[in-house]
Design a protein around this ligand. Sequence first.
Ligand code: BG6
Ligand code: MG
Length: 213
Amino acid sequence: MALKAVIFDLDGVIVFTDQFHYQAWKKMADEMNIYFDETINNRLRGVSRMDSLEIILERYNGEPLSQEKKEELAARKNENYRALLKTMTPDDVTDEVRETLAEIRKRGYKISLGSSSKNAKFILERVALPDAFDAISDGNNITKSKPDPEVFLKGAEFLGEKPADCLVVEDAEAGIVAGIAGGMKTAAIGDAVGCGKADYTLETFSDLLKILV
Ligand code: BG6
Ligand code: MG
């Protein structure tokens, strides 16, 4: 087996926007009198904005909500979230991540983003990584969210590589499951390590350099 490309999740792998997602959803949930905590927030990792809303609404006890109202709630959350993203700077990406990405490319691997987020490009610009990837597959080019493999299959396609030659790097169990479903190799970091499903476990981001020799 010779890997040729790497597909990276964004939130929780390259940047740590989890707290911003939490704060933005929490504000919306409080306004709607819906119970929401960090444990529920963990279930939103890798899940699309509308699917995340449905998870939060499991605790909603009011009048039934129309699709239009749900879209309004998701838009409200996204406004809160983007206001928080605007506070991000290049310092929000560690030197370790920057240097590891550059070294992986130097070693001849192609790299793509594989993120469920529709804000991915905005985030990459905020943290000064707009040209760090050979391709970007994100929430704007998919119809099905992780654990469906679509976002990673598109990433492989954009790079012109076969799924079996790609390594997916993920912090969410939904993302590891998606990578496996797509026929890719998987590396778990952070929260995803616990699920025990990935081919590789990363203690720290630069451990990738031990796999991608
Ligand atoms: C993923 C996050 O990267 O993007 C999820 O892990 C989030 O928590 C999803 O819901 C969609 O993000 P956005 O930016 O399109 O609302
Ligand atoms: Mg993630």
